[in-house]
Design a protein around this ligand. Structure first.
Ligand code: ATP
Ligand code: MG
Length: 365
């Protein structure tokens, strides 16, 4: 059995630095590690439609934006297959069979879905498709027999639910067809749920508190300069708080070993900078200027690659088409195995017709 990755994003907006530190940066590293046999990166348009059914144009527009973000962040179409979920109909088929293996009570217990339902104020207008998206996510992962799923921390309950579905399937229809996946979440805690520039719990495309991978230098500068810090740290001499201070959380997520030497040599490391801020005597502007330099180092090459790909949008669609073709190829193979295990492969099963012929013949003898 090879080592396989499946992961993806909803095309509900351009990708932001939360996606980058939460999952995208890790994917690029895994891709370049050479340790994986096949890597599937999915643009989850069908999942995005579960809570955007009335706005298909938004999803359609954002498919290309997300594809550009992927390529500019360093995903390489020679090393991974980038594909569009809705074009792999085997995913829908597999979800339909998995629905019989999951109870309503179990879906209601999923903490991420619970939180999202509350956040979106669905109440009784909750679309069935949205409610069941963890099932479709289990199909996404298992159709490709992925063993590794690099995702943000909010996705852990989905992976757990996927593992349960794989076990149920194995118990009923036979082991060895599906693979139980493992989530891979960033080791750095600051990357788990990067807060928005407004200091709110999560940077999210739906809230609009994001620094996008495709933002210009000017936009990044403006957003960082107006970012939430410690509201009680008014004068430079005031002692400041690090906890809940978004500027420091971003530094935790982005600072590299050589960042201080390059951009702020009067400090040796982030701990020294934090200590000074706590003591007082260090102004927000200085810390923000440092953050801008650290972010710019990461975002500049991403921006440059995006500009190149933007000049050849046809090529980007071709990358998606090729990736989707490979995803379908693998999907069709798994679906055939699943249907065989579930005993619903009537026309492929040559013995079936013969045995039925014999059974009815015996009846008339
Ligand atoms: P939406 O609001 O449409 O749900 P989103 O911003 O939550 O969009 P998703 O497409 O749902 O983005 O998530 C894609 C991936 O990025 C997931 O693996 C998720 O865990 C991760 N992710 C999203 N937001 C953050 C964040 N702020 N910090 C870290 N990881 C994140
Ligand atoms: Mg989300």
């Amino acid at each position: 059995m090879g080592k396989i990755i499946l992961t993806g994003d909803r095309p509900t907006g351009r990708l932001h630095i939360g996606h980058y530190v939460g999952s995208l940066r890790e994917r690029v590293a895994l891709q370049n590690s050479g340790k994986f046999d096949e890597i599937f990166i999915m643009i989850a348009d069908a999942q995005a439609l579960t809570d955007n059914a009335d706005n298909p144009e938004k999803i359609r527009e954002n498919i290309i934006e997300v594809a550009l973000d992927y390529l500019s962040a360093g995903l390489d179409p020679d090393k991974c297959h980038i594909f569009i979920q809705s074009q792999v109909s085997e995913l829908t088929e597999l979800s339909f069979y998995y629905m019989n293996l999951v109870t309503v009570a179990r879906l209601q217990r999923n903490p991420t879905v619970k939180a999202e339902i509350a956040q979106k104020n669905f109440e009784l207008s909750l679309p069935v498709g949205f409610f069941t998206y963890p099932i479709s996510q289990a199909a996404d992962i298992t159709l490709f027999k992925a063993d590794t799923v690099p995702v943000g921390e909010d996705q852990l309950p989905m992976i757990e639910q996927t593992r349960e579905i794989v076990r149920s399937f194995g118990n009923i229809y036979g082991e060895g067809i599906l693979v139980e996946p493992e989530a891979l979440i960033p080791k750095n805690k600051a990357c788990h749920r990067l807060p928005g520039t407004d200091g709110k719990a999560k940077m999210s495309k739906s809230i609009g508190n994001c620094i996008y991978l495709s933002d210009s230098s000017e936009e990044v500068k403006t957003k960082v300069m107006s970012m939430y810090t410690d509201p009680d740290h008014i004068k430079v001499e005031d002692p400041g708080k690090i906890e809940g201070n978004t500027v420091f959380t971003y530094l935790d997520a982005f600072v590299k070993e050589d960042s201080f030497e390059k951009y702020l040599p009067e400090y040796n490391n982030l701990d020294e900078l934090k200590d000074h801020y706590r003591r007082g005597g260090l102004g927000d502007v200085k810390v923000k200027k440092f953050l801008i330099k650290v972010l710019e180092e990461e975002l500049t090459p991403i921006r440059a690659r995006r500009a190149e790909y933007e000049k050849d949008i046809r090529k980007v669609y071709k990358i998606l088409e090729d990736g989707t073709a490979r995803a379908r190829e693998v999907g069709m193979k798994t679906i055939a195995e699943v249907k065989h295990a579930m005993r619903i492969d009537y026309f492929e099963d040559t013995e079936l017709i013969e045995s039925q012929v014999q059974k009815f013949k015996a009846k008339h003898e």
